[in-house]
Design a protein around this ligand. Structure first.
Ligand code: SF4
Length: 305
């Protein structure tokens, strides 16, 4: 261990991460298995769904207090993985390189596109990469004001596959931003066909953002996309979905992402509907309800491309 871990560096950490290491007093139904960190400094983007450029201390519905990195370094063995999410600002990748180099357990970084040289630097200290394409199509990408272009993100996805290797690249997609289901299935198939994987998020309206009044997606719609994601990951032909027994694919409803990533209550209020289940125990405790939702979700089968 380093003598002076963290070197006075400040970082934002999700409130669940801080609860897990005992420096925030919040009672949670499930604790994060990954420590979720975020570079401080606010974001120069202006994505319509994200509070990062308006109110720096939130991502989705989760608050991210700023703490000394040292606290996280000292408690890293409580976690299976560290996930460091970046914001768009000058030289953000240098901070990612520095911070990821300080950990001894597996690190994932979640980043906007960077050049080849920067990506090679990042690869030295991180095993997996998350890419927030978020929108299912080029037109939706523009409509929600993601910086850059859909096509440049797809190019970055290919470059990341080359540098991190197949199976180590997760594309973040948000369901419920106003996409066409066919576009969603198309982009998910594209990602799996090339050796990537999808981490699914449900759109969550955050107060103060331009999309604060938009409803989250219907739960049956989200369940269907989870089933498609699971089928693509497992190589199950989509035409077979209707003939499968939901008891055989419960895993589809757990949080999707890097190994150890469970993002508890990122998209939902504790006690409310769970879009992504952060643990098997919670899923089992609500399985009858989820099974019903799955049965109803199969009406979306007729919209498959
Ligand atoms: S899938 Fe989870 S651990 Fe991996 S980059 Fe995304 S949020 Fe981080």
């Amino acid at each position: 261990m380093l003598d002076n871990p963290g070197d006075g560096i400040k970082i934002r950490a999700s409130i669940g991460t801080l609860a897990r290491i005992g420096i925030a007093q919040v009672k949670l139904e499930a604790y994060p298995r990954t420590a979720y960190l975020l570079l401080p400094g606010g974001c120069s983007g202006s994505c319509l769904f994200c509070p990062q450029w308006i109110k720096e201390s939130r991502v989705s519905r989760v608050s991210w207090p700023e703490v000394e990195l040292e606290y996280i370094l000292n408690a890293q063995m409580l976690f299976e993985r560290i996930c460091i999410q970046s914001v768009l600002r000058r030289m953000f990748w240098e901070d990612l390189v520095k911070i990821s180099s300080l950990f001894e357990i597996p690190v994932s970084i979640s980043t906007n596109p960077v050049g080849e040289r920067e990506l090679l630097e990042l690869r030295k200290n991180s095993q997996m990469i998350g890419i927030g394409i978020d929108a299912a199509s080029s037109s939706l990408f523009e409509a929600i004001r993601r910086p850059g272009s859909f096509e440049s993100y797809l190019k970055f996805f290919e470059k990341s596959l080359r540098i991190y290797g197949k199976g180590n690249v997760y594309v973040h997609l948000i369901a419920g931003l106003g996409e066409d289901l066919k576009d969603m299935v198309k982009i998910m198939s594209y990602i799996y066909d090339r050796g990537g994987a999808v981490a699914l998020f449900a759109f969550t309206p955050v107060p103060g953002t331009p999309l604060q009044d938009r409803e989250p997606p219907p739960i049956t719609y989200y369940r269907f996309i989870q089933i498609v994601n699971y089928s693509l990951k497992e190589g199950i032909p989509l035409e077979r979905i209707g003939s499968l027994d939901p008891d055989d694919y419960k895993e589809a409803f757990l949080t999707s992402g890097c190994p150890g990533c469970n993002r508890p209550f990122y998209n939902e209020r504790p006690g409310g509907k769970l879009y992504n289940f952060p643990s098997r125990e919670l899923l089992e405790s609500r399985w009858e309800e989820v099974r019903e939702e799955v049965r109803a979700s199969l009406e979306y089968l007729r919209f498959l491309p």
